[in-house]
Write a protein that binds this ligand. Structure first.
Ligand SMILES: C[S@@+](CC[C@H](N)C(=O)[O-])C[C@H]1O[C@@H](n2cnc3c(N)ncnc32)[C@H](O)[C@@H]1O
Length: 258
């Protein structure tokens, strides 16, 4: 698809979705005035991550002080069912980060209420819920549909085991609309996992708000923090003690709220 026809198709896809008009306005603004926000400071961020990074196993054992057994080994049957559900889905969506880190930060925080942004197939939701259901806790998720894929909404969360879904509340808007709606239902969280709008400005906006909603002793996680300098700048500006975890050639950032 050429750039012009992609822009036109995206624009008309948004027009069919009044609930996403605020996001359409922001996208138009960003594309005219702020095009560099996705990759701002990528080189320095990658170097910073590389210098700090540890493996998921080291993070879980040395920082969380929990014996590491890979998530896929603990939940083998559910994991294989999830892989089949993903294979059957007719559309392609964003992939998973470290399921073990997501599962174990929920275990560490003995989470009762967790919030995540960005669901897609639902791998991260599956990992968080695997811990939350033990305490009958709740996962609040914000996810905006893939606007160019008609059926995408039917497959959001398709890998989440059916028996976990009663502990899951999904808000299908852009974060700027979803988060206020979520906070009306639940105002503080034990775990935050950010994996949606990866632009510099999108992250900065959400990090500040989500941090304030995180309880003391809770855990804050953001995926793909090497993509631009937002997480690095946020941590430096606010003096946060950060852990960087390398997984599958990408970096996740974790902060424990003291
Ligand atoms: C990388 S995928 C999430 C992957 C998921 N966390 C997992 O582990 O399987 C990113 C998701 O965020 C959604 N998204 C992107 N920008 C968003 C925004 N501004 N508000 C809400 N969701 C957004 C995308 O539509 C997509 O479903």
């Amino acid at each position: 698809m050429s750039k012009i026809s992609e822009i036109t198709t995206t624009f008309f896809a948004y027009l069919k979705r009044p609930d996403l008009y605020p996001e359409l306005r922001r996208k138009i603004w960003k594309n005219i005035f702020n095009r560099s926000s996705g990759l701002r400071g990528k080189e320095e961020a990658e170097l910073w991550c590389k210098n700090l990074a540890v493996s998921e196993k080291d993070f879980i054992q040395n920082i969380l002080k929990i014996d590491f057994v890979p998530f896929e080994n603990i939940f083998g049957k559910e994991y294989n069912d999830a892989l089949s559900a993903q294979e059957k889905a007719p559309i392609k969506m964003g992939g998973a980060g470290s399921l073990s880190v997501i599962y174990y930060i929920n275990e560490y925080a003995k989470a009762q209420n967790s919030i995540e942004t960005g669901v897609a197939y639902g791998w991260s939701s599956f990992a968080a819920l695997a811990s939350l259901v033990k305490r009958n806790g709740t996962l609040y998720s914000s996810d905006m549909p893939y606007i160019l894929q008609n059926q995408s909404e039917d497959f959001v969360g398709c890998v989440i085991p059916q028996q976990y879904k009663r502990n899951w509340k999904l808000f299908r808007f852009a974060d700027k609309e979803s988060l206020p709606r979520i906070f009306e239902k639940q105002d503080s969280f034990d775990v935050v996992h950010y994996d949606s709008d990866k632009t510099y400005d999108g992250r900065m906006w959400a990090y500040r708000i989500l941090w304030d909603k995180l309880k003391k002793g809770g855990v804050f996680m953001s995926d793909d923090v090497g993509d631009n300098a937002a997480f690095k700048d946020y941590c430096e500006q606010n003096n946060r003690k950060v852990h960087i975890i390398e997984f599958d050639g990408k970096y996740a950032g974790v902060i424990i709220k003291e």
